[in-house]
Ligand binder design. Structure first.
Ligand code: NAP
Ligand code: MG
Length: 394
């Protein structure tokens, strides 16, 4: 039995991923590792019961212990409020965690030889670094009931006001205010350049500064400044580069390119582009995702959601063929990092072996339906059979 020193922060979630979370632990982790975890139940019912305090407590625990692992969670909306009989709607747990940890999310496709990317020119993985603070994920929005003036008002700490007209609205409509912080953008740029130099990858950053001259322009300027003052010398020596372009140009280049770079994306671009990348690389479940905070805290998670439709089928008694690979890699990422930080090489080695066993299981022809479709393979395993096969390989 492999021993641990410091616990990982275990953040449980919802629906199909919650079901598989327990199976992964039971079959692939606890038989080998004397698992130490500090458990937070972020299932939607417990978030509602605790008025979402449990989410903040989980984030604080990740800050304190340094490594967390998170299951997918429901972001509540009106339909979920009815479905789960909730007291109130709460913000997305991921948005709350990201805001508290102020980190950058890095997402990288998990490659297996039997599944080819649908973009034939991609030879190397593309890693997405997603800014995890602000923009529409921390917006203030309003429905405007009828004609009137909408303004931005900034009041400084001395009470002095500055105003800017957003629109003289001739009728009903909508308005939204978004913000970001120089310090958060600077930390985002730093995390990306650090990650890239570690992995020996060039960095691309893209925004829309031709249209959004002040907002996106600020992102562009800060990236440039961080690169010039903190990284250019190191990058010159390592032979890797930094490249800025407009977001639409970046998308065109990504699809025509060979891959093999870190694509630093603003929050929304990262949300959208990481799903595009994951789907093009195979499946949403074939992607690792880690939130790295500038203070050196790591939270590993799956990039996909709670796989709601599969859960409804599971509740009717079906053994679904939901792919658990991203959940497994969230755990291996966290355990490998814990091993590295605590000086436990056997824990890190176990995590790497579990990753290898997972990939070999797929390459030997045992897989869930999402992958079988892509690999043109007839035999489909349900999640339980697939996890058992991984355990056998392990
Ligand atoms: P989803 O869970 O990502 O699933 C969308 C579809 O993608 C599924 O119906 C399934 O397609 C496929 N898929 C995703 N993960 C899969 C897996 N592991 N194995 C096989 N197929 C997989 O998104 P959703 O159903 O639209 O959202 C459900 C809930 O998740 C929502 O309440 C949302 O708020 C939440 N969410 C959470 C996170 C997070 O916590 N990180 C992220 C996104 C969404 P088929 O039906 O074709 O098999
Ligand atoms: Mg998303």
């Amino acid at each position: 039995m492999i021993q641990m020193k410091t616990p990982v922060v275990e953040i449980d979630g919802d629906e199909m991923t919650r079901v598989l979370w327990a199976v992964v632990k039971d079959k692939l982790l606890t038989p080998f590792v004397d698992l130490k975890s500090e458990y937070y139940d972020l299932g939607i019912e417990n978030r509602d019961k605790t008025d979402d305090k449990v989410t903040t407590e989980a984030a604080d625990a990740v800050k304190r212990l340094g490594v967390g692992v998170k299951c997918a969670t429901i972001t509540s909306n009106e339909a979920r409020k009815v479905e789960y009989n909730l007291k109130s709607l709460h913000p997305s747990p991921n948005a709350t965690l990201r805001a508290i940890l102020d980190g950058t999310v890095f997402r990288k496709p998990i490659k297996v030889s039997c599944i080819k990317s649908s973009v034939s020119t991609w030879e190397k993985p593309i890693v997405i670094g997603r800014h995890a603070y602000g923009d529409i994920y921390k917006n203030a929005e309003m429905r405007i009931p009828g004609a009137g003036k909408v303004e931005l008002v900034y009041t400084n700490t001395d009470g002095v006001e500055e105003r800017l007209l957003v629109a003289d609205m001739p009728g009903a409509g909508i308005v939204q205010g978004v913000h970001n912080l120089d310090e958060s953008i600077r930390n985002f740029a730093r995390s990306c350049f650090f990650y890239a130099i570690n992995e020996k990858l060039p960095v691309w950053f893209a925004a829309k500064d031709t249209i959004s001259k002040t907002y996106d322009g600020r992102f562009k300027d800060i990236f440039n400044e961080v690169y010039e003052t903190e990284f250019k010398a190191k990058y010159g020596a390592s032979g890797i580069s930094y490249f800025y372009t407009l977001i639409d140009d970046a998308v065109a280049r990504v699809v025509k390119g060979q891959g093999g770079f870190l694509w630093a994306c603003k929050n929304y671009d990262g949300d959208v582009m990481s799903d595009m990348l994951a789907s093009a690389s195979g499946s949403l479940a074939m992607m690792t995702s880690v939130l790295v905070s500038p203070s050196g805290v790591f939270e590993y998670e799956a990039a996909h959601g709670t796989v709601q439709q599969h859960f409804y089928r599971y509740k009717k008694g079906e053994k679904t063929s939901t792919n658990p690979v991203a959940l497994i890699f969230a755990w291996t990422g966290a355990l490998a990092k814990r091993g590295e930080l605590d000086g436990l090489p056997e824990l890190t080695a176990f995590a790497k072996k579990l990753e290898k066993a997972t990939l070999q299981t797929i390459e030997n022809g045992f897989m869930t339906g999402d992958l079988a479709r892509l690999a043109k393979q007839e035999k489909i395993l349900d999640s339980w059979e697939f996890i058992d096969k991984i355990a056998e390989h392990l």
